[in-house]
Design a binder for this molecule. Structure first.
Ligand SMILES: Cc1cc2nc3c(=O)[nH]c(=O)nc-3n(C[C@H](O)[C@H](O)[C@H](O)COP(=O)(O)OP(=O)(O)OC[C@H]3O[C@@H](n4cnc5c(N)ncnc54)[C@H](O)[C@@H]3O)c2cc1C
Length: 589
C-alpha cells in the first residue's frame, strides 16, 4: 500500500532503492494479485488492481515493454480496417478507449494524428465508388467515436480533391491518387506509455520488479498459491492469492505448466516489421493508410522521422528477438514506393524493428484473419491468463481480468482506471500552454521543452530540477541531438532502466531513430548510468559491448534473405534452427 506521507510522483519513482525494497517485498509478502509480464496488458492489470486498493506485485523477465509493447505501430486507434470485417463492437470499444486516453487518462502521451486515405484512380465510376465506400467507412468511424462532445479527443474527417491531397502530402505520386479523405487517430510512444502505466501503479503501492522470470506455478491441490521465480542467480517463491499471467506471445509457455495445456490459452505469433526513415525522405504533413493485398500499410509521421509498416507473417522462431529479414524490408519498400513520387531505397532506412502480435489461435491458417479480440481464462483456481486484444484496449483487458481475480478477493472495489489519469497528465495542458516561458526560465530552447513535455507530461518538473542542479544534463546526447543527457539519468533514477539497451531502445527510441542505431550514444549513456547504478569500469565496458553486439546482430539479420537465416543471425547461432522459441532473456533484450 502507498505511504500517504509521500507525494504521488515520489511514490511512482522506479528507482534503484525502490527496486531493492520491492525485491524484499517479493520474498516476504503474500500479494492479493501477482501479475506476470510487464507489457501494456500486465502493467494495465497491475494498475487496475492497485486502483481497487489491492496489494499488487508485477514481475517482468526482462524490461518493461521489452516484448510486443515497444514494437507496435504506436497508434491508439479503433482500427479502420476492422470495419470492413464488420467488427463493429471491437471498433466502437477501441474508439471509446482512444477518446478516454486522449482527453483524460494520458493527454500528454496520446495525441491526435491526421491520416489520409488516398482514393485510387480507377475510371469515373471507380472514383465515385471509392469515395462513397471509404467515405462511408470513415464517417462510421467518426460516428462510433461520438460526433460531438469532448470525449472524442480527435477532430472529424474531411474529404479532399486530388490537388488537396497532394498539398497535404506532396510526395504522393500524381498518378496514384484521385482524391483523399483525412481522418484522425491517436499516436503514442508505446514503451514510454507502459513505463508510465507501471509507475502509476507503483504510485498506488504496487511492487514493480523487472529482471524476474516466472518459471513455474506453486499449487496447493487444485489451487495456485504463487509462482516459482528466478532472477538469474537465485530462485524463490512469490506467494499470491491470485496470479495473472499477461505474457503475450509467451502465454503458451504458461499453459505448458498446467496439468493439461489445452485448458490454458493458445497464442500464435504474427510478425510485424516497421521501417524508420528520416522525415526529409518523404514530404507530407499527414500520415497515410494504404491498402495492401493482405492488410493495410501505414506511413506515420514520428517526430523527425516516418514509421512505415507493417508486415503480417507467421513467426515460429525466437520470440524474444523477432528478426526482420531483407525480404520483409523489400516488401515494405515496394508497398510504399507504389504511391511515392521519389522511391525510397535501403539507403534511406535509419531503423528497423519487428514485433510479434499475440493472436488467439483460431481455426484459420491466415494470421491476418485471426481475431484481435482478447480472452481471459481461469484454468486453475487462482490463475488467470489474459492475452490477445491490442494496445489501445489494454484498459478493458486489464479490467476484465482483474474483475475475474476479484471474485476470489471478497470486498474488492470496482476498477477505478476510467477516471484515473496516469502520472504526468495532471497539469499538462497548462504547462504546454506556458512552454515558451518554461523554456526561458530554465535556459532551454522551446524545442527541448516541447520534446520533454510530450514524453513526460507534468513530470517534466523533475527533469527540469535535475537540469537546474546540473546544467550539463541539459546538453544533447552524442549522436542523438533530439535527446538530452537528463533523460538517461531520469530513466535510471525514476523509470526502472537497468541496462544501456533499456535506455536506448525503450526509454528513448535512439536505437531506431538514428542511422548508427545508438552505437555513437552508448558510451555516454553508460557513463551516465554508471554513476547512478555504481557500475565499475568493467561493467560499463560490458554494457557498451553488449549493446554494440546487439546492433551488429540486428544489422546482420536484416541482410539475410529469409526468416530462418535472419533469426540465426539475430540470435547469433551458427546454424538456422526452428528448435529455440526463446524465453524472455534478461541479458539480451
Ligand atoms: C507490428 C505490430 C503493430 C502493432 N500495432 C498496434 C497499434 O498500432 N495499436 C494497437 O492498439 N495495437 C497494436 N499492436 C498490438 C499490441 O502491440 C499488442 O497487442 C500489445 O502490445 C500486447 O501487449 P502484452 O502486454 O499482451 O504483451 P507483451 O508486450 O509482449 O508483454 C508480455 C511480457 O511478458 C513478459 N514475460 C513473458 N514470460 C514471462 C515470464 N515467464 N516471467 C516474467 N515475464 C514474462 C515478456 O518479457 C513481455 O515483456 C501491434 C502489434 C504488433 C506486433
Amino acid at each position: 500500500m502507498r505511504d500517504r506521507s509521500e507525494s504521488r510522483y515520489a511514490a511512482g519513482a522506479l528507482s534503484p532503492q525502490r527496486r531493492a525494497a520491492d525485491l524484499r517485498r517479493l520474498r516476504e509478502e503474500r500479494f492479493d494479485v501477482l501479475v506476470v509480464g510487464g507489457g501494456v496488458t500486465g502493467a494495465g492489470a497491475a494498475l487496475d488492481a492497485a486502483s481497487r486498493g489491492l496489494n499488487v506485485a508485477l514481475i517482468e523477465a526482462t524490461d518493461l515493454a521489452s516484448g510486443t509493447s515497444s514494437r507496435s505501430s504506436k497508434l491508439i486507434h479503433g482500427g479502420l480496417r476492422y470495419l470492413e470485417q464488420l467488427e463493429f463492437p471491437l471498433v466502437h470499444e477501441a474508439l471509446r478507449e482512444r477518446g478516454l486516453l486522449a482527453t483524460l487518462l494520458a493527454p500528454h502521451l496520446v495525441r491526435p494524428l491526421p491520416f489520409l486515405v488516398p482514393l485510387p484512380r480507377e475510371g469515373v465510376f471507380g472514383k465515385a465508388w471509392h469515395r462513397f465506400y471509404y467515405g462511408a467507412g470513415v464517417a462510421l468511424y467518426d460516428a462510433f467515436a461520438g460526433i460531438v462532445g469532448h470525449g472524442r479527443g480527435m477532430p472529424l474527417h474531411r474529404h479532399f480533391t486530388a490537388h488537396g491531397a497532394r498539398r497535404l502530402f506532396p510526395s504522393l505520386k500524381e498518378s496514384a491518387v484521385a482524391g483523399a479523405i483525412r481522418y484522425y487517430d491517436g499516436q503514442v510512444d508505446d514503451a514510454r506509455f507502459v513505463v508510465t502505466l507501471a509507475r502509476t501503479a507503483a504510485s498506488l503501492g504496487a511492487a514493480i520488479v523487472t529482471g524476474i522470470t516466472a518459471t513455474g506455478l506453486v499449487r496447493d491441490a487444485r489451487e495456485v498459491i504463487g509462482v516459482e521465480v528466478s532472477d538469474g542467480t537465485d530462485e524463490w517463491t512469490i506467494h499470491a492469492r491470485t496470479v495473472i499471467a499477461a505474457t503475450g506471445v509467451w502465454s503458451s509457455d504458461v499453459s505448458s505448466w498446467l496439468p493439461d495445456a489445452r485448458i490454458g490459452l493458445r497464442v500464435r505469433a504474427s510478425k510485424g516489421v516497421h521501417l524508420v526513415v528520416p522525415r526529409s525522405a518523404i514530404t507530407g504533413e499527414v500520415g497515410l493508410i494504404l491498402r495492401t493485398q493482405k492488410s493495410v500499410l501505414f506511413v506515420i509521421p514520428w517526430g523527425g522521422h516516418w514509421i512505415i509498416g507493417t508486415t503480417d507473417t507467421e513467426w515460429e522462431l525466437d520470440r524474444a528477438h523477432p528478426a526482420a529479414s531483407a525480404q520483409d524490408i523489400q516488401y515494405l519498400l515496394a508497398q510504399v514506393n507504389a504511391v511515392l513520387e521519389r522511391p525510397l531505397t535501403t539507403e534511406d532506412i535509419e531503423g528497423v524493428y519487428a514485433g510479434l502480435r499475440p493472436l488467439l489461435s483460431g481455426e484459420s491458417d491466415s494470421t491476418s484473419a485471426l481475431s484481435r479480440e482478447h480472452a481471459v481464462v481461469e484454468p486453475l483456481l487462482g490463475l488467470l491468463l489474459v492475452a490477445g486484444g491490442k494496445f489501445t484496449t489494454y484498459r478493458v483487458m486489464a479490467e476484465d481480468v482483474v474483475d475475474r481475480a476479484a471474485r476470489r478477493l471478497p470486498g474488492t472495489r470496482r476498477s477505478g482506471t476510467a477516471g484515473l489519469p496516469l502520472l504526468g497528465a495532471d497539469g499538462w495542458h497548462s504547462l504546454w500552454r506556458d512552454r515558451a516561458d518554461l523554456a526561458r526560465r530554465h535556459g532551454l530552447s522551446t524545442g527541448v521543452v516541447e520534446h520533454l513535455l510530450e514524453r513526460y507530461g507534468s513530470l517534466i518538473v523533475e527533469l527540469l530540477a535535475m537540469i537546474d542542479a546540473r546544467p550539463d544534463l541539459g546538453e544533447a546526447l552524442p549522436g542523438a541531438p533530439e535527446y538530452v543527457a537528463a533523460e538517461v539519468v531520469y530513466a535510471t533514477r525514476n523509470e526502472g532502466a537497468r541496462h544501456v539497451v533499456d535506455v536506448l531502445t525503450r526509454r528513448t527510441r535512439i536505437s531506431v531513430e538514428t542511422a548508427h542505431r545508438g552505437v555513437e550514444t552508448a558510451q555516454r549513456a553508460a557513463e551516465l548510468m554508471a554513476t547512478e547504478l555504481g557500475w565499475s569500469p568493467a561493467m560499463m565496458k560490458e554494457e557498451v559491448r553488449a549493446y554494440r553486439a546487439r546492433v551488429k546482430a540486428e544489422r546482420e539479420s536484416q541482410r539475410m534473405p529469409d526468416d530462418l537465416t535472419a533469426d540465426a543471425a539475430r540470435t547469433m547461432r551458427a546454424t538456422p534452427s526452428r528448435g529455440s522459441t526463446g524465453s524472455p532473456d534478461p541479458a539480451r533484450a
